[in-house]
Design a protein around this ligand. Structure first.
Ligand code: ZN
Length: 138
């Protein structure tokens, strides 16, 4: 078993921004000689998440609207009350979606669909610098 990888560093505006990181992950993969294996993509932080979706403007708005229906920004949260904080919704959305994805690598490429992009979701209520760790196992 061999392990390689790299980091992506991104600035986001927060507030539910959904950023396509497929190209960045593919660039990390290209620095390895891996033909078959798996890439795990993990974001550090409790107010951000990683998933896959069709990253187009309508899909982005629809996912943001769904999350607002499920976990509204303006609601009564214990995290905010106990910690004098404002971003409980961001922690909950991040926990729901999760911080990572694993993508198979076949013939040196990520096995993603044509309309399937890897995305970073930043739910915090302010701009953030994010680090995404790409680990390639073969
Ligand atoms: Zn918080």
């Amino acid at each position: 078993m061999a392990v390689s990888g790299g980091l992506l560093r991104l600035e986001t505006p927060g507030h539910g921004a959904i950023v396509d990181i497929t190209e960045g992950v593919s660039r990390v993969l290209a620095t390895s000689d891996v033909e078959h294996g798996v890439a795990t993509v993990f974001v550090t932080g409790s107010t951000a998440a990683i998933t896959t979706m069709e990253h187009e403007p309508g899909g982005v708005v629809d996912l943001q609207a769904l999350l607002e229906r499920l976990i509204p920004v303006a609601a009564d949260y214990e995290h905010n009350r106990r910690n004098h904080d404002t971003n409980a919704y961001a922690h909950l959305r991040a926990a729901l979606i999760g911080p990572s994805e694993s993508v198979p690598i076949v013939a040196g490429r990520l096995v993603l669909g044509t309309w399937q992009q890897l995305v970073l979701l930043d739910f915090d209520d302010r701009p953030r610098q994010r680090t995404v760790t790409v680990t390639i196992v073969s």
